[in-house]
Design a protein around this ligand. Structure first.
Ligand SMILES: *Cc1c(COP(=O)(O)O)cnc(C)c1O
Length: 397
């Protein structure tokens, strides 16, 4: 009988007593809407915005209902109109092309490289061939591309960069936080990301006009002065008339449970990275497995791990999913023909014009992905890594 892991890959840690108490206080107050404030009260959402702005080091922060809504609002606030072309990674998750489609724009896919980062030569080529003036850059699975070169390419071509930081909350490139490179950054506080409010998200920017447009888009009505990290009222002179209300406000309950989590974020990042390193070290020693190189300029947040089996056939990849599952290890495979769970590949996004992405397809064909929730101990991670290696050996033999 093969050894087996019995933990759950979708079980997050419970919320702290402090977060629970904050939630109960909001429930008792009855004031769950962010603009429903007692005299002199700042409100949980506004305080969260100010705290996240300070933590991120941006000028402005807006809390919204989801990371996907943050992406849509960012695209609109940057002036993306229906029919416009928007560049994005061919390897990402569905909310990214989904946001582009939701604003009526057209996705132009850019290849990735062996280490799952945007292929900057292809970016250069696609900017020229498509004429797109916006890049929605997905820092997919926490792997930052060379941000200095990326910004040089985009600034040189007058391409606006929107960063999708759903997987890089707290990550850095050369000491600069992801999200502080482009014009706007979007974050998610959905359960499987780095803070957990069920659903939720942030948009950060240093641009007052974009922050004002985003705030009105998020559904602030004319109550934007009740925000905690927004621009001065003058910045709203046009936005208050020009921007449609898309009702995507963060509520007080979710904000209340996020504030204590923000205080724990840095220590949690260290805990994720310890788990990541434990699994990575073992996989590096395994024949047939190629791990993803982490550049020295990158400060990673390892809340999930990816690896490739470049010599495996599709049948072997499928067999590996089964061999791992038998051992209690839940792997995701990006090479599957059909979308499954949270995982999908660009050919199954029918709302995106079909595009030939041979390099990305070749890389994704043997690419595996696994969550590392903080509910796993270091010993759990050591066992899981052993079990993956057992499964690889079984399929390879
Ligand atoms: C989760 C996710 C999002 C969107 O976040 P939600 O809060 O779930 O809407 C965007 N991009 C990527 C890469 C994600 O994984």
């Amino acid at each position: 009988m093969a050894r087996k892991f019995t933990g759950s890959f979708t079980q997050q840690e419970g919320l702290s007593q402090e977060a629970i108490a904050a939630a109960v206080a909001v429930l008792q107050s009855g004031r769950l809407h962010r603009y429903n404030l007692a005299p002199g009260e700042a409100g949980e959402a506004a305080q969260l915005e100010a705290e996240y702005r300070d933590w991120q080091g941006s000028a402005y922060c807006l809390a919204v209902t989801s990371g996907g809504q943050a992406l849509q609002i960012a695209l609109r606030a940057c002036g993306v109109e229906p029919g416009a072309k928007v560049l994005t990674n061919a390897y990402t998750l569905a909310p990214v092309p989904g946001a582009i489609r939701a604003v009526g724009a057209e996705t132009v896919l850019v290849e990735i490289d062996e280490d799952l980062r945007l292929d900057l030569d292809d970016l250069d080529a696609k900017i020229a061939s498509s004429g797109a003036r916006v890049l929605l850059l997905s820092h997919m699975r926490g792997h930052l591309c060379d941000m200095d070169r990326l910004m040089a390419i985009c600034n040189g071509a007058e391409v606006t960069v929107i960063e999708d930081c759903a997987h890089t909350m707290g990550a850095q490139w050369n000491g600069i936080r992801s999200g502080n490179f482009g014009k706007v950054a979007c974050f998610s506080t959905q359960t499987y990301k780095h803070m957990n409010s069920g659903e939720g998200g942030f948009l950060t920017t240093d641009d007052a006009a974009i922050a004002a447009r985003a705030t009105i888009l998020s559904g602030s009505y004319m109550l934007y002065e009740r925000h905690g990290a927004g621009p001065d009222p003058e910045a709203f002179a046009d936005a208050r008339y020009d921007m449609p209300n898309c009702s995507a406000r963060m509520d007080a309950l979710r904000a209340a449970i996020l504030r204590p989590q923000l205080a724990d974020l840095d220590s949690n990042i260290a805990r994720w990275n310890a788990r990541y390193t434990q699994v990575e070290e073992r996989l590096k020693a395994q024949d047939g497995v190629t791990t993803i190189k982490l550049p020295s300029a990158e400060t990673h947040v390892g809340s999930s791990i990816q690896f490739r089996l470049p010599d495996f056939t599709a049948a072997q990849c499928r067999a590996l999913l089964d061999a791992a599952a038998t051992r209690g290890v839940e792997l995701k495979w990006f090479g599957a023909k059909e979308p499954a769970g949270f995982t999908s590949a660009h050919p199954s996004w029918r709302y995106v014009p079909a595009q030939d992405m041979p390099k990305t397809d070749r890389i994704m064909a043997t690419l595996f992905d696994m969550r590392l929730p903080l509910s796993f101990s270091q010993d759990d991670c050591a066992l899981i890594a052993e079990l993956i290696c057992d499964a690889v050996n079984e399929v390879a033999s």
